[in-house]
Design a protein around this ligand. Structure first.
Ligand code: HEC
Ligand code: HEC
Ligand code: HEC
Length: 486
């Protein structure tokens, strides 16, 4: 039987070996050089292991595994502004997966977004990031998917997008505009660690997929790289080196710690899609790779927002309205809506402590000195109240229940209650002048600002299709022109 590869957790026992492989990879640049003393069988075993590490680093399992589904069997529904895209079965099943793919076909899918049958993939598959993968890394990934994962003989649901997005050919135009196929070029002026970091950040870890804002055609805006982007209900903040708007004042160790555990005390915690990226992928990076990622990220050119007077994590102090609350009438005796102070003491203070200072060990974070409350964008404050936090790393589980009214939620707070609570928190622990509105709460509850994007994306596709037609027209004209006139 093939060894089962779990999308998370299961590979920790392999870490020492993975680290070994990685050291070889980093030191040797390519696997082949280090391997030639070994016999072929162990060489291919090590290649497979290196592929397993890369698959983890690139988080292939996060998208290609459905909730409670078999690893890599596909079927995860990825909601995009233009409809639901299902991930495919990438197990070595010959009938339903990629078992019949040659290495060249696999490479073309991963780096160019082209399926074995020649059709284009949607960029929900991050081939625009993976395009910089070296041949050696693609080879290792291929070995892992062919020999290190279990075949699942079951089809993944088909993706059927509405017109015009169902025309995969429209992606040709999009790729012409936005797919950069330049191979990875190390910068000789920078250290090996920095170059390794850039390779990981732009490729496998694809940080920019979330942290870079998207343009009219859903492409990443290259000139605003890492300055912040919306991902569903969450906002991935500015992580450029700007001291006030970005993370320029974080130390190397704080960033490494955040990526490894999802928690940098008195700065930020990782919930939502960042929590998932940490739990499924970043926590498994070797120490050397985390150092490399942080080294590179800390040099990303600063993008400053003049409205940021200080860094996000520097706002607020310990405070409480308990005295006022407990006054003459006690808690909860008023008619009508509860106040923000009551909502805080009733729902949050049991964990985050009455002064909002959290617990001493930091398991329950303080609400002041917290990036979520110091941001000019209250999106993540709303998102964490609605969705909570659920992230498991080597440190254990970081769990905060949500308050949206779901089955595991602690309570159901209405949009208006979240407005009252959110504004109370911002005023006491957060950034002055930032306010939560009912419209924002409703939008985050719906899953993020998507509706207007549908039209945009539709228009984008129409533009991309128009471009294909123009290109075809030019090509045809050139062919016609180059024909000898008789
Ligand atoms: C962010 C989500 C996401 C991640 C991460 C991701 N994929 Fe995909 N992948 C998809 C989706 C969605 C599709 C199908 C797209 C479509 O139907 O157009 C796909 C398609 C593919 C295909 C084409 C399958 C076929 O039927 O021909 C291959 C191969 C593939 N992915 C491999 C990988 C590998 C290897 C990794 C990790 C290096 C990876 N993917 C990471 C979402 C993802
Ligand atoms: C799948 C989307 C996604 C990816 C990929 C991703 N991030 Fe994030 N990131 C987020 C979101 C969303 C948040 C906000 C989390 C929160 O506040 O709970 C975030 C928060 C952060 C923060 C905290 C910033 C602050 O001040 O609060 C840092 C630092 C960070 N990410 C770095 C990275 C790096 C480095 C990478 C790549 C190695 C990366 N992220 C990849 C979505 C992502
Ligand atoms: C049962 C305990 C518990 C309750 C109740 C609770 N929290 Fe949390 N909260 C946590 C834990 C645990 C974390 C995550 C710590 C981590 O990520 O390391 C967290 C994280 C947070 C964060 C940071 C999230 C991020 O994305 O960076 C905020 C803000 C927050 N809580 C606000 C609230 C508010 C507001 C309430 C009341 C509506 C509340 N919490 C109720 C336990 C709780």
């Amino acid at each position: 039987m093939r060894s089962q590869a779990k999308p998370s957790g299961a590979d920790v026992s392999n870490l020492p070996c993975l680290i070994g492989c990685l050291i070889i990879a980093v030191a040797g640049g390519s696997w082949a050089g280090a391997a030639h003393a070994e016999d072929a069988a162990s060489a291919s075993a090590e290649l497979t292991l290196r592929g397993a590490y890369l698959a983890k680093a690139a988080d292939c399992g996060a998208c290609h595994t459905a909730p409670h589904g078999k690893p890599f069997a596909g079927g995860l529904a990825i909601s995009s502004p233009v409809g639901t895209i299902y991930s495919t079965n990438i197990t070595p099943s010959a009938g339903y997966g990629i078992g019949r793919h040659t290495e060249a076909q696999f490479a073309r899918a991963v780096r160019r977004g082209i399926r074995a049958d020649g059709a284009n993939l949607y960029p929900a598959m991050p081939y625009t990031s993976y395009s910089i993968f070296t041949d050696a890394d693609v080879q290792a990934l291929y070995a892992y998917f062919m020999h290190g994962t279990a075949a699942v003989d079951a089809p993944a649901p088909r993706t059927e997008l509405p017109f015009p997005m169902n025309l995969r050919v429209s992606m040709i135009g999009w790729n012409l505009l936005f797919l950069d196929t330049t191979p990875f070029q190390p910068d000789p002026r920078q250290s090996q660690l920095w170059n390794r970091g850039r390779y990981l950040v732009t490729g496998a870890a694809h940080c920019s997929a979330c942290h870079t804002p998207r343009g009219f055609l859903m492409q990443e805006k290259a000139n605003r790289a890492f300055s912040g982007g919306q991902v569903g209900p969450w906002y991935a903040p500015n992580i450029t080196s700007d001291v006030n708007s970005g993370i320029g004042s974080w130390s190397q160790d704080e960033l490494v710690q955040y990526l490894r555990t999802g928690d940098a005390h008195h700065k930020a915690q990782a919930a939502g899609s960042m929590g998932e990226a940490v739990a499924h992928s970043f926590q498994y990076f070797t120490d050397a790779d985390l150092e490399a990622v942080a080294t590179y990220v800390r040099t990303v050119p600063a993008i400053h927002d003049p409205s940021d007077p200080r860094s996000r994590f520097s706002f607020g102090t310990a405070s409480s309205d308990l005295g006022v609350l407990r006054g003459k009438y006690g808690v909860g005796t008023q008619k009508g809506d509860p106040t923000g102070a009551e909502l805080f003491q009733g729902n949050c203070a049991s964990c985050h402590a009455p002064l909002g200072q959290g617990s001493k060990d930091g398991y329950y974070p303080s609400l002041f000195s917290n990036s979520v409350l110091g941001s000019s964008n209250p999106n993540n404050l709303i998102a964490v109240i609605l969705n909570g936090v659920d992230r498991t790393t080597r440190l254990g589980q970081a769990y905060m229940p949500g308050f949206a009214g779901g089955p595991n939620d602690l309570a159901a707070l209405s949009d208006n209650e979240i407005v009252l609570l959110g504004n109370y928190l911002l005023e006491h622990y957060g950034r002055p002048g930032v306010a939560v509105t009912a419209r924002q709460v409703a939008e985050v509850r719906r899953g993020g600002p998507s509706s207007s994007l549908v039209t945009l994306a539709r228009a984008g596709v129409v533009a991309a299709m128009a471009l294909v037609l123009i290109v075809l027209f030019l090509v045809v004209r050139r062919i016609k022109r180059s024909k000898p006139v008789s």
